[in-house]
Design a protein around this ligand. Structure first.
Ligand code: ADP
Length: 384
């Protein structure tokens, strides 16, 4: 067979959906999963169960793979360098990926290339946080982040006083302090870049977070001016090029409003893999983020990123107190034949992302209501 083998490290829902996108291309797909029960391990035929922190396991997994890519960014960069030295093709490579692994490295590099970010610096202890607050951030509150290991708001604290600032230092990881940005909303600019330098930009989306977890994504971001939208896309393309990203890059942004009423954007976070803010593309774009991530890591021409409908809304389905989500399908499907359901095969635990729904159409209020209704009904927080 001449079809290439893509090895993805991680067995979560991103691997599951990347696998789905690879099926029509006939691409062979292999995963390194923590357990046989992981979301992707349930559906992928070629699964290795093992520890991504162990170099011998990674080496064995990489045997026979044409390219390695990721469903999460936690593989130690030194292991990826060792794999590259063995001749393994790793995309994105460790020199790019380190910017999604370490918020301190990311902030320093973005400053070098002139990308606007919240005021920030590495802090050494609570007294230093107070100095940062006084000198740079206009006083408390200050946002503190462990530079590594955070996700879904874990690893992020809002310190209102020096006493509050002690907690993040307990992890034994360097701590980054940032001004608390008074943002109007959060946006994401998603782009995909291939090794030969082709890149595509998806429409900029609004991402609504609840308790640090992405709740809803609206594509395109309502009311975003063409100028700001183009700037955000340009910025994401610049980051992808300057950092040498291959594959999907999500640039999470804050939209701020200046005293004169003008809008501006600041970069919050980078993710170098398919991302929750791109799940809408599965039904709402000509080429999904998963299909384009695969094309990019295989260095194939990229697919059209344009939207297929005026509006697409994605709502995450979180686990609630109602474990039998399948029982909810009857009502959801009967109510809305246009609804697209994507479930991840994960056990329902309160607050856990277990799936998402997409809706699309011409009327934003209607599209939003349909997505909201389905996500809430599946979760069990409404019953009609
Ligand atoms: P994670 O690693 O969990 O993705 P983020 O850096 O994206 O962490 O932060 C999670 C959330 O915390 C953001 O979506 C945003 O709502 C809030 N946040 C992060 N940084 C700041 C900041 N400097 N100012 C205000 N809010 C912030």
């Amino acid at each position: 067979m001449t079809f290439p083998v893509v090895g993805m490290i991680g067995g979560g829902q991103l691997a599951r959906m990347t696998h789905e996108a690879g099926i029509p291309l006939g691409v062979r797909f292999r995963i390194l999963s923590d357990t046989p029960q992981d979301s992707a391990a349930q559906v992928v035929a070629d699964v290795t169960v093992g520890d991504y922190r162990d170099l011998a396991t990674l080496r064995a997994f990489a045997q026979g793979c044409d390219v390695l890519t990721f469903d999460h960014e936690h593989v130690p960069a030194e292991h990826l360098r060792a794999l590259e030295a063995d001749g393994v093709v790793v995309r994105p490579g460790p020199d790019a990926l380190v910017h999604a692994q370490d918020k301190g490295v990311m902030r320093a590099r973005l400053a070098e290339i002139g990308v606007p970010c919240p005021v920030n610096r590495i802090v050494t202890d609570p007294a230093d946080v107070t100095r940062f607050a006084q000198e740079q951030a206009g006083g408390y509150p200050v946002v503190l982040k462990t530079v590594r290991g955070g996700y879904d708001g874990k690893g992020v604290w809002i310190a209102r006083s020096e006493a509050d600032a002690a907690e993040p230092f307990r992890a034994g990881v360097p701590v980054l302090a940032e001004e608390k940005v008074d943002f109007v909303r959060e946006l994401a600019a998603n782009v995909v870049r291939s090794p030969h330098g082709q890149a595509v930009a998806y429409p900029v989306v609004e991402s609504v977070q609840v308790d640090g977890v992405c709740d809803t994504v609206i594509a395109p971001a309502p009311g975003l001016s063409d100028a700001l939208s183009a700037r955000a896309q340009q910025l994401a393309l610049t980051v992808a090029r300057e950092l040498g990203v291959v594959g999907h890059l999500a640039v999470e942004l804050f939209e701020t409003r200046a005293a004169d009423g003008g809008s501006a954007i600041l970069v919050n976070e980078l993710a170098m893999r398919p991302h929750n803010s791109g799940h809408w593309t599965m039904d709402g774009a000509v080429t999904s983020q998963f299909a384009n991530h695969l094309r990019a890591v295989l260095d194939l021409p990229l697919g059209d990123p344009r939207p297929r409908a005026r509006w697409t809304v994605m709502a995450n389905v979180l686990g609630g107190d109602f474990p039998d989500m399948y029982a909810a399908y009857l009502h959801c499907m009967a109510r809305d034949p246009g609804l697209k359901i994507h479930m991840y095969g994960k056990d329902v635990k309160p607050g856990r992302k277990v799936g998402h729904v997409n809706t699309y159409g011409d009327d934003l209020a209607d599209v939003r209501e349909r997505a909201r209704h389905a996500a809430d009904y599946l979760r069990g927080t409404i019953d009609e």
